[in-house]
Write a protein that binds this ligand. Structure first.
Ligand code: ATP
Length: 303
């Protein structure tokens, strides 16, 4: 089942197309990582998905139902958008009690459980205004997760969290997806998003320029053999004589992208050793999500 579907969503701020004909489809159980530079349009799309702003064109469907002011599925949705809102003078527990009541929930024990799960127990009676940035973020996540939503929409969920918090949120999201929840999240921290998402969308200047699953991403990641020798100039000539196509990286490393070299880097090593230039470093490097993302955006700008 498609939990999120959008049809050609457009939203203009003046002449700026913040979202430009975006059609996204997210299936049940997916963790969809939404990637984009600052100002690409991520928050705008998330706000439209949550009915916080109206698109100029296009429609949103959540759980197969068209988003209108009469949409009744909000109790199945949890969200965190930008700075999490909390009543500043109320404690963590009181904030969650308000939220529990607003959602019309009937399991009071869920408040203690979520406080515990997000490691907020020592701050249960601290007012929201006195929380650190990371703990405010934890409170925001506690509100998003309190009612065990079927769909979780999170804008930059690990903002302000310490390394321990990042790992805890990662585990929590993976656990929720395993239990069938669908998660749509944006983040700038691509190393982290690559550890949780199983599908990615790249938004650039308001346009969805690429969508791919983890296996599709793996296929597209560029690999190269990186080599360093005591005399890279001679080594370049030696490898060229051996029929390899080489470049010199800005870090003064020899990069060889030939599939034959990637499959058998030991042959390059032997060739260089035989010519009296044994490598001091030889490694097969695979692009990571961040490098892929930046390359995709650059290529898009150049076309
Ligand atoms: P960031 O990662 O910096 O949060 P983003 O990808 O979430 O960026 P958006 O906040 O969606 O980007 O902004 C997309 C574009 O729309 C930007 O050019 C932004 O300046 C513009 N924009 C967003 N909200 C408004 C608004 N309320 N009024 C005018 N322009 C806006």
């Amino acid at each position: 089942m498609e939990v999120i579907a959008t049809q050609s969503l457009c939203k203009f701020f003046g002449k700026v197309p913040a979202t430009d004909h975006i059609s996204i489809h997210v299936k049940q159980g997916e963790i969809y990582g939404f990637l984009g530079l600052n100002g690409a349009g991520k928050t705008t799309l998330i706000r439209i998905l949550l009915g916080m702003i109206q698109p100029d064109q296009g429609n949103v469907y959540l759980f197969g139902k068209k988003l209108t002011p009469k949409f009744e599925g909000w109790n199945d949705v949890g969200y965190l958008v930008e700075t999490p809102f909390a009543y500043p003078e109320l404690s963590v527990t009181e904030n969650l009690k308000v939220y529990h009541a607003l959602r019309g929930l009937n399991d009071p024990a869920s408040i203690g459980r979520i406080i515990d799960r997000l490691k907020l127990t020592p701050y249960a009676h601290t007012t929201a205004s006195a929380l650190s940035l990371g703990n405010q973020q934890r409170l925001g996540l506690a509100k998003a997760l309190l009612h065990r939503p079927k769909l979780l929409i999170l804008d930059e969920p690990i903002n302000g969290l310490d390394p321990e918090g990042i790992v805890e949120v990662r585990e929590l999201l993976l656990e929720m997806a395993e239990q069938g929840a669908t998660i749509f999240l944006s983040s700038h921290i691509l190393g982290e998003i690559s550890k949780v998402a199983n599908r990615f969308g790249i938004i650039h200047r308001g346009k969805l320029i690429r969508e791919l699953t983890v296996p599709e991403l793996k296929e597209q990641l560029v690999k190269k053999v990186l080599i360093q020798t005591r005399d890279n100039r001679k080594a370049l000539a030696c490898l060229a004589d051996g029929g390899y196509t080489t470049t010199l990286s800005p870090e003064n490393e020899i990069a060889v992208g030939d599939p034959a070299a990637i499959a058998h880097p030991e042959k390059l090593s032997a060739l260089l050793a035989a010519a009296g230039m044994p490598p001091i470093k030889i490694v097969v490097e695979t692009e990571d999500l961040e490098m892929y993302f930046l390359r995709t955006i650059k290529n898009h700008d150049n076309t």
